[in-house]
Each structure stands twice: as structure tokens, then as C-alpha cells.
Design a protein. Structure first.
Length: 723
């Protein structure tokens, strides 16, 4: 790959360098599995790009992760710190959704891939519980060193023109293997397995049979050629039970031997011992005519487990345990989704990798029409043709809403028989049309398509129908949330000044940044008031709460401050009178507020605060400091509170910065340190234009993954008197 007018572009994923870093990290730390995530540019999502030691199916629920999700790697990235989870109980307590999908015992660490300025992503490592309960100093240093190396590789790639694209799907990194065995030794090993009286077979990390000896094939009553390349619980009807697949998943994730006994009615019972490592699972199969009570299914070194009775042969392939766990994970995730955008992202990002469709379209009912709100596996041009169809149209997605009954087409011929003029996208051969019904009311539809014909057995149809029910309920809640959020945001925006009128003697700039997507609105506000012909009052504050009530109260506080300021009150008196108003209103909410009065004749500055972060002052010589202002009580706590007013000189060329706590608060950071850092940035900035300075001071939160609060910033500069 070559850049336009530049040197050859280096792709750290295509050439295997990032994979080599992950492999080396797993080797140096003894980790059994590793996953590498990258932040999606321009989005608040993490994408899984490298995977080693576990199959894709196990990682499917976490292929894309919101950066604010309660997941170890997201926590590590947001807080730029190392995260350790020490076993099954701690996982269940701190990260219950992970414990739901992987109810096994293992240790986990997550760390950010970052340099001094940018967090690029994160790495996750897993160990069996035989590992010590903490990483030792050497392992921690290896983890830190490999994260630094990954950051350098990603930085170098990003600096290229054009930068190489990130993988769109996780790349599987195969663990390091010893050198190829001598052919003579391999032949001897094969002869050994054929002479053994017990069955032997090998599974790869995806659970597919890569080798089976004659004894094993005879014990399971199937031909070896028919079994190679298939999963045992899919090829053998009497093993077609989620319990058996769950044992395989447990062995892969925990790297601990496990076993189970299958009772097959009149046929002899079979005992399976599973021995996992980084490349797959070795399985021993032996007949067990009579199982002693209490010994069935006991894994070596584990407590006994009961024998599992093989079910009667099902008419078709049932849904595996992975799909059941993933349905539970999706249900838990949907319960936390706020707006429609969150629901769409969760559905699109989790259903495709977890449930196997090659295409997905999610539609919403809007004023009698079906609107496409999300899709995967389709081109924009194709899906746009179907956007806006009436719900009464004679097409399948509309008909399933009218009837409330899902429709499944196992083959293309089945679709054509029902709808001769139906469009087909790139050779798709099976479809599921699922109505989304919440409280008896249609809210949308979900369409899943598959490249291969699919029989849709009854168990899978039931699972997909349950899935549609969960999505419908989440979508209905999300639409209500979006409506309320839009109303509150409109109210808040209407109450904020639409612009700051120019005033003689001063230069001003302001920034207001709403919190990240999915968060409620804040009560941050600011204003600039011409109090008298020679004085200007600046105010900034934050009302407690994140809803329409907080926004309405913010408007009342701003109006009260404006009225008292124009009446000539001092900053302390403005706060005291506004506080009495809140007491009269019985608002039951607290408000922080800072008042700054600028005297343009005497070049002085008067300040008073009600529990608000202190302002910053950059002097004319470029030095900056955090101003010490007596911290009065928050407004609304108690009536008849007096607020002190302090007076300071305000020399021409100086800049006063007023801000809300969203600019300086972040998880894991001391607010005092953050304010000092902000003062340092104010001091070293060379921006002469206040708008550029405002952009510089808010840059670290504008695209920050950790921001969960609104941010307001007001800058006021004293201009030099005209000669």
C-alpha cells in the first residue's frame, strides 16, 4: 500500500507487528488469552481488533463496547489505569454482565494503550486461577512495556498519510507453537492413539474436531470422516444439549481440565475428560457401564458434578449455550440503554457477531411509516430504498407488524413463493422478519438475513422471538427517554444566552459543551450582564440534577441574578438574595454559583462564590493563578446566609476564567490538581484570540471518553484603555 505523494504506508496489523506484540505479552505474562481494543475515531466506541486464546464466539458480546460501559477495558481506558479482577466472585460483583455470559473461574487484567497525550485503546488478559492472585513486578512491567510499544506503533501508523485502516473484524492471533514435530514421531504418536483402548480426539479453540482415533469414532457410533471439522454437540444428536457445550466453554476459558458423563438410555454411558491448553482441547472418551453415585461429571481436582442424561434426538439443531448466554448479556445491556441511538448501536453491534446473521436492519414506526434506524451488512443505497415505507405496504416487514407474527424464510425459494418481486441483496438465502411489539403496540421490526439457507428450528425461532421482545421494550423506553431529553435540552438551551453582546472595555468568549451521548442534561449556566454604565457582572453556576426541573430552576436562578445585578447589588448580596429566593421556592435542589463584578473605571474586580470552583486569573505578564475566594454555602441549603465579597485589582490585559466542575472533574483525578493543570494551560497558551483560548482550554474534554457532565466556560479579558 502506498500513500499519495509519500512513502510506502506501514500497516501494523497487516504486517503482524501488533499481533507479535500481543503474542509476546501473553508469553511474558503467562496469560492464556489476550484481546486488544482500539478507540473508534470520531465515536465513543471500542472495537476488538486482535483476539488470541479464545474463540470468536466467546468474545462476540464484546466486539464493540461503548467507552462508558461498565467493562474492565473501558474502565482502564477512561481512568487511564490498570484494572485487576481476581476471580469469579469479584467478576460477579464488579462486572455482573461478564459473569452472566462467562460464569467460570478466571483472572483478568486490563490496561490502557496510551502515550502522553492520547489513549489509543486497551488490552485485556486472562489467566487460569492457578496463577497467583496478583501480577508480580516482572509481569506488571511486561504489561506496561507492551502497552507503550503498542502505543508507539499506533502513533507511527496514525502519523502516516493516509493512515492505514483498522481491522473491521477481530483478527485471530494464533499462539506460539513449538517447532513442527518430526514426521517419524508424529507417526508413532498416531500409532499410539490407535492402540489405546480408549477414545481420543482433539478439538481446536473453536470446538471443531481436528483428530479422532478409531476407538473414539466407534464409541460415539459415527465415522471419523463425518466428524472431522465439526463440533461434537452439533454432529452427534445425543450430545446436542447446552450442558455439553458449556463444559467445552468452561475448559477453554478457565484452562482447567473438566469432565462429564453422558447417560444415553439403553446405550452404554460415555465419560468425557477434557484437557485444554493454548491450542485446543484433548478429549479422552471411555465407556462407563455403571456410574458410582456422586462421581459423575467430576473434573480432575474439582468437586463431583451430576451425570448428564442425553435428551431424545431433537428434530433439528437446537440453540447452543453460547446463544443463551449472549441473549442474557444483550438483555442486561438493553436494560441500561438510554436513548434510541444506544439501543440501535447495541442491537447492531451485538446481534451480528453473537447470533450469526450476515445482515441486519432495524426499523422504527414513525407516523405510520417504517424508518430505518440502524443496519449492518447492507449498503446505504440498498436500505434507503425501503426507508419510509407505509406500515400498510404489502411487504413482509410491514405485514409482520400488522399480524404481530414473526415470519421465517429458510431459503430464497421460500421468499420468492411468498413475495415474487422481493429484492435480494448479494445472494442472501435465508431471512427472519421479526415484529417489535411493546405493550401490545407495534414499535418497529427487525430483519435478519443469512448467506446460507437456514432451517430455523423451533428453538432458534423461540430465541429470536424472545430477542425481538427485548428489543421492542428497550426501543419503546428509549423513544420516551429521547422525547423527555429533547424537551429538557430545548428548555435548557432556551434559557442560556444565545450570544454575549459586545461591551466596551472587555473582550469575552464562552463555551458550553453538553455531556456525552446517553447522559442526562446538566444545570450549568452562565451570563454576562451590563449592570451599570461602568460595571459588568459575569455569573456562572450549576444547578443540582439532570432533568427538566433542574433546567427550569436554572432559568429562575439566572433571572434572579440578572435582576439583583442590575439593581446595583454587590456580588455577595446578589448571592444572598438569590439564596432567599430558592428558600421561598422550596426548590429542594442546591446550586453552586460564582459572581464576578468588573469595575471598568477603577480597574478592580469583586468576587463572591456559593460553593463554586474558584476562578482562574491570568495576569498581563502571562502568569496564572487559582484565586482564593471565601467558599460560601451552596444556594438552597439554608436561608439568611451571608456571602463575603473580595476585591482584587484587574489590570488591563488580564483574563478571568470562570468554569463549571465538568471542566476539571474526572474519575481518579484530584480536583485540586486538575485546577492547577488548567491554570498551567491558561498560562502557557499563546492564543491571543479569546475564542482560540477557549478552544484550547476545553480541548481535553471536548473529545474525552471520560466526560459525564456538562461543561461551561466563560472568559473575560480587560482591554487596554484607548489612548
Amino acid at each position: 500500500m502506498s500513500s499519495v505523494g509519500g512513502p510506502e504506508t506501514e500497516d501494523v496489523f497487516a504486517d503482524g507487528r501488533m499481533a507479535a506484540v500481543l503474542t509476546g505479552l501473553m508469553r511474558d505474562t503467562g496469560a492464556s488469552a489476550g484481546l486488544v481494543y482500539l478507540l473508534v475515531p470520531g465515536d465513543r466506541m471500542l472495537r476488538l481488533v486482535l483476539l488470541s486464546g479464545v474463540p470468536r464466539e466467546v468474545a462476540a458480546p464484546w466486539v464493540r463496547i461503548p467507552v462508558d460501559a461498565p467493562i474492565p477495558v473501558a474502565d482502564a481506558i477512561r481512568e487511564r489505569t490498570y484494572v485487576w479482577v481476581g476471580g469469579r466472585e469479584e467478576i460477579a460483583h464488579r462486572y455482573p454482565k461478564i459473569g452472566m455470559v462467562l460464569p467460570y473461574d478466571f483472572l483478568m487484567a486490563a490496561a490502557p494503550i496510551a502515550d502522553s497525550t492520547i489513549v489509543w485503546g486497551g488490552v485485556v488478559l486472562l489467566w487460569p486461577v492457578s496463577h497467583p492472585p496478583q501480577l508480580d513486578a516482572r509481569e506488571r512491567e511486561s504489561l506496561d512495556a507492551h502497552c507503550r510499544l503498542s502505543a508507539r506503533l499506533l502513533r507511527r501508523a496514525a502519523d502516516q498519510d493516509p493512515p492505514p485502516p483498522h481491522p473491521t473484524a477481530p483478527l485471530v492471533v494464533h499462539p506460539e507453537r513449538p517447532s513442527e514435530a518430526d514426521p517419524a514421531l508424529a507417526g508413532a504418536a498416531l500409532d499410539l492413539t490407535e492402540r489405546l483402548p480408549v477414545g481420543c480426539c482433539a478439538l481446536d479453540l473453536d470446538g471443531r474436531i481436528t483428530f479422532i482415533n478409531t476407538a473414539a469414532a466407534e464409541l460415539v457410533n459415527a465415522g471419523a470422516a463425518d466428524l472431522l471439522g465439526s463440533r461434537p454437540w452439533e454432529a452427534l444428536l445425543w450430545l446436542n444439549d447446552p450442558a455439553f457445550e458449556d463444559r467445552y466453554r468452561a475448559a477453554i476459558v478457565t484452562r482447567r481440565p473438566t469432565s462429564f458423563t453422558v447417560v444415553r438410555g439403553q446405550a452404554p454411558s460415555l465419560h468425557f475428560d477434557l484437557y485444554p491448553d493454548s491450542t485446543g482441547i484433548s478429549v479422552l472418551i471411555s465407556p462407563r457401564e455403571e456410574t458410582p453415585p456422586g462421581e459423575e461429571g467430576a473434573a480432575p481436582g474439582e468437586a463431583p458434578a451430576p451425570a448428564v442424561h442425553a435428551p431424545p434426538p431433537p428434530p433439528a439443531e437446537p440453540v447452543g449455550t453460547a446463544a443463551v448466554y449472549q441473549l442474557m448479556h444483550l438483555a442486561a445491556s438493553l436494560s441500561e440503554a438510554a436513548g434510541v441511538h444506544d439501543v440501535v448501536e447495541l442491537v447492531a453491534d451485538q446481534i451480528v457477531p453473537a447470533f450469526g446473521p450476515d445482515g441486519l436492519v432495524l426499523m422504527n414506526v414513525d407516523e405510520g411509516r417504517l424508518r430505518i434506524i440502524g443496519h449492518r451488512g447492507y449498503s446505504e443505497e440498498f436500505v434507503e430504498r425501503y426507508d419510509g415505507k407505509p406500515v400498510t405496504a404489502p411487504v413482509t416487514d410491514a405485514q409482520v407488524l400488522a399480524t404481530g407474527v414473526p415470519v421465517f424464510f429458510p431459503t430464497y425459494e421460500d421468499l420468492v413463493d411468498a413475495h415474487p418481486h422481493a429484492s435480494r441483496y448479494e445472494g442472501r438465502n435465508a431471512w427472519a422478519f421479526l415484529p417489535l411489539i411493546a405493550s401490545g403496540r407495534p414499535v418497529g421490526s427487525l430483519i435478519l438475513s443469512y448467506e446460507q439457507p437456514r432451517p430455523f428450528p423451533s428453538a432458534e425461532r423461540a430465541l429470536l422471538t424472545s430477542l425481538a421482545g427485548l428489543i421492542a421494550q428497550a426501543l419503546a423506553r428509549a423513544r420516551l427517554y429521547d422525547s423527555e431529553h429533547s424537551l429538557a435540552r430545548s428548555l435548557q438551551t432556551a434559557l442560556l444566552p444565545h450570544g454575549l453582546a459586545p461591551m466596551p472595555g472587555i473582550d469575552v468568549a464562552a463555551r458550553y459543551l453538553p455531556a456525552g451521548h446517553g447522559m442526562d442534561i446538566g444545570g450549568d449556566f452562565y451570563d454576562l450582564i451590563r449592570a451599570t454604565p461602568t460595571t459588568v457582572v459575569a455569573v456562572i453556576g450549576d444547578v443540582q440534577g439532570h432533568n427538566t426541573t433542574a433546567a427550569a430552576l436554572m432559568g429562575q436562578v439566572r433571572t434572579a441574578v440578572h435582576a439583583h445585578a442590575t439593581a446595583g447589588s454587590s456580588p455577595g448580596d446578589i448571592l444572598a438574595r438569590t439564596n432567599r429566593l430558592l428558600d421561598d421556592l422550596d426548590a429542594d435542589r442546591f446550586t453552586s454559583c460564582l459572581i464576578a463584578e468588573f469595575d471598568l473605571v477603577h480597574d478592580r474586580l469583586r468576587l463572591a462564590t456559593a460553593g463554586h470552583p474558584p476562578p482562574l486569573l491570568r495576569h498581563a505578564d502571562g502568569s496564572a493563578e487559582v484565586l482564593e475566594v471565601p467558599p460560601g454555602l451552596l444556594l438552597g441549603i439554608a436561608p439568611d446566609i451571608a456571602y463575603d465579597t473580595v476585591e482584587l485589582p484587574w489590570e488591563p490585559g488580564s483574563v478571568l476564567a470562570l468554569y463549571t466542575d465538568g471542566l476539571v472533574e474526572a474519575p481518579g483525578l484530584d480536583i485540586g490538581t486538575s485546577m492547577a493543570d488548567l491554570a498551567e494551560r491558561l498560562s502557557v497558551s499563546r492564543a491571543q484570540d479569546l475564542d482560540l483560548l477557549a478552544d484550547e482550554l476545553t480541548l481535553h474534554v471536548k473529545h474525552g471518553a471520560h466526560r459525564t457532565d456538562d461543561v461551561a466556560l466563560l472568559l473575560v479579558r480587560r482591554l487596554s484603555p484607548e489612548p
